[in-house]
Structures are given as C-alpha cells and as structure tokens.
Design a protein around this ligand. Structure first.
Ligand SMILES: Cc1ncc(COP(=O)(O)O)c(C=O)c1O
Length: 381
C-alpha cells in the first residue's frame, strides 16, 4: 500500500469558487477575465514582457519553435537530459536537434559543451532550468549574442526562481531568454491540471505570438478594438486554455507565496536531515550554484549506480513510499537515436541512471519526512 505518494496536487481552496465564477459569467472559452488576470500577474510580479497562457508547456514550446522561424536544415541545441517536448517542438518544425551534455555538478546544460556544438546553421539554444535551478545564463547569453542565436528557456519547473548575473542583477528565470515556456502540470509547484505559459521577452515576437496563439487569426487585436474584423493572417493553433483552467490557476497564483514557503521548508528539512547521514551508495545531494536560487520544485539524490538506485526505489516502495527516477536521455531514445551523430554524453547518462527524486508536495508532513529519511538511512547503511 502506498503511504507516501511521490506527488499530491495541492489546492489553495478557492479553485472551485473561481471556476464557478467563470462558469456563471457566461464566458468560459479562452482569453477572458481569468486568463488576463493570470497573465498580468506574471507580467507584474516578474517583469515578463508579454505572457500568454497555454494548455501546456509543450504547447508553449511549440509556439516558441514556430516563432523562432526554424526550418529544415536549421540546428537547435537542446540538452539530452530533458523531457521529450523540449526537443519535439523543434523537430516538428523540421529542425535538426544537436544534443548537448549536462554539467558535472548538476543536470543543467553545460555552456562549454554548447560552444563546441555551434555551427553557422545553429538558430536556437534551448536551456532547461532543471529542478528550478538556473542554468549558467551569462555564458549562454554571451554565446547567443556572439553568434546571433535565439535562446528559449524551458522553465517548465522554474516558477519563482532567479538567476544573478555578473552584473549583480537578480533576474527571474523566464525573463532572460528571448522566449520562455512554463508548465502548470499537476506535478509542478503551481498547477492547473494541464497548463502552461509562453513568455515573450523579445518585442519582435509579440504580435506574431498572439496570432499563433489564436489559431493564426488576429482575433486578440479585434477584441482590443484595434481592428474592426479579424481573419486568417498566419499559421497557428488553438494554444489558449479555457477560462475554467485559468480560473483554477488564478486560485493557485493567489497562494503562490504560501506554496513556495511550504515547499522550501520541506526541501530544507530533507537537506538538513540527509546531509548529516553517512550513506553508502549515495554520491550527492542537489547542488545550487551561487548564482541560482532554489524554488524547491524537486529534491533529488544522486546514487552511485543504476543498481543502487533501483535497490533504493524498491526498498522505499516496500515501505509504501514512492520515489521516482527522471528523464531517459533523448539522444539515445528510440525516436532519435538513428539520427544522432554526436559523441557520448556521459553526464546526461549518469543523471539518467543515478538520479532519484524523493516525495515533495505541500501536504507532506514532518512525520512523512522523518519516515522517508528513516527508510533512506536504513537502505543506504
Ligand atoms: C523540462 C520540461 N519541459 C517540458 C515539459 C512539458 O510540460 P507539460 O506537461 O506542461 O507540457 C516538462 C514536463 O514535465 C518538463 O519537465
């Protein structure tokens, strides 16, 4: 029997009230009051230039791929240690994916490796802020500027997290690249079941982003009274969520600070307890570089080997605790392996084999944390 699940969606308590309000208002399709309230919240709190809610982070990445203008023959540099959507969005546009290795210290893309992969055909670098911990953005943005490449931040896990650059300025993740994509899937800190958001930081893409969002039409301009009729002007799809989804998200955003402080308390409690143990088979705890903040999206351990990790996951499961591993490398995936022409990606493979995530959700109690750490210390004696 599962006593401690890996994740449990947290409700702030006002979700149904706002959904009811949306339903009773008679406007339940997209781009209504709640959609705009959520978008303005993000623009105000984080200084994102333009936000568009989407039905998933995958959708937001697909919008970013369309906006980036990549076409057949273009190359896009993507970490191999990521979720399928990070690469798939660009594959759908015909781009060739050039997979890059992770850093040694954390699963984020390694800027030194990126530099070796840039060619005249490189159009986009996609970075993933793994576990909400910032990639080395100064080095990445410097490369992008030098070679005229766009940067898309896959900020699926990175809500309310920051990066401090060499200039000493602390910037929210999602505000640094030309475009960024967030996820509100039920496993994230802030949720709407399925859900996501495109952030457009580069002014040049704003008008087209709205059109792509609204099925290739200029309907958003029509609703603002800027044109007197709307029609088909570009490519696009139905990327916007209904007001029902946005109303749910609004209830979460109101509780963002409470959610974040609870998750951080849980993360710190794990860290403080585990760092004092001498565990065999465990080779590391999460490393937060000095330029990054921790948004407590995830608590992971690095094990010595895939065998040690499997043993730990099975031992936890026998005690009713669900711990899970994460991504499988994309460069050696069934879908892409035959097209992959690069070398070995050793750090990526190590994270794929050895990383294990512990339960982390708002309702996790101190006694749950004691139980997880207790089983861990027994299992890794
Ligand atoms: C790094 C990353 N990118 C994109 C996604 C896709 O997010 P969504 O499920 O909202 O489409 C995920 C999913 O967890 C992810 O981890």
């Amino acid at each position: 029997m599962i006593k401690i699940p890996f994740n449990k969606p947290h409700l702030s308590g006002r979700e149904l009230e706002y959904i009811r309000d949306a339903v009773e208002s008679g406007k339940i399709s997209g781009n209504g009051k709640y959609t705009r309230m959520c978008q303005s919240f993000f623009e105000g709190r984080y200084g994102f230039r333009k936000c568009l809610l989407t039905t998933s982070c995958t959708d937001a990445l697909e919008m970013a791929a369309i906006l980036s203008g990549v076409a057949r023959g273009d190359e896009v540099i993507v970490p191999s240690y990521t979720f399928v959507s990070t690469a798939l969005a660009f594959v759908r546009q015909g781009a060739r994916i050039v997979f890059c290795d992770s850093c040694f210290e954390n699963p984020n893309i390694n800027p030194e490796e990126i530099a070796k992969l840039i060619t005249p055909r490189t159009k986009v670098i996609v970075v993933v802020h793994y576990a909400g911990v910032a990639c080395a953005m100064d080095a990445i943005m410097d490369l992008a500027t030098k070679y005229g490449i766009l940067v898309v931040e896959d900020a699926a896990q990175a809500i309310d997290s920051y990066y401090t650059g060499h200039d000493g300025v602390k910037r929210p993740l999602g505000s640094i690249g030309h475009l960024a994509a967030f996820s509100f899937h039920e496993t994230k800190n802030v949720i709407s079941g399925e859900g996501g958001m495109l952030v457009v930081n580069d002014e040049r893409f704003i008008r087209r982003a709205e059109i792509i969002w609204e099925k290739g039409t200029n309907r958003a301009e029509f609703f603002r009274g800027e044109v007197n009729k709307y029609g088909w002007v570009d490519t696009g799809s139905s990327f916007l969520p209904s007001e029902i989804v946005s109303a749910f998200l609004w209830a979460q955003l109101e509780a963002l600070d409470d959610i974040q402080s609870r998750r951080k308390a849980i993360w710190n409690s794990y860290y403080e307890k585990i760092k004092c143990l001498s565990l065999t088979g465990v080779s590391g705890l999460p490393v937060i570089p000095e330029y990054a903040t921790n948004n407590a999206h995830m608590f992971y351990l690095m094990m010595d080997s895939i065998e040690k990790r499997t043993e730990l996951i099975e031992r936890m499961k026998r005690e009713g605790i669900l711990c899970v591993f994460h991504y499988l490398p994309l460069h050696s995936s069934k879908f892409y392996a035959a097209q992959y022409i690069g070398g070995q990606l050793c750090n990526c493979d190590r994270y794929a084999d050895c990383l294990v995530r512990l339960p982390l959700f708002y309702e996790l109690t101190s006694s749950d944390i004691e139980t997880v750490v207790g089983v861990l210390s027994e299992a890794a004696k």
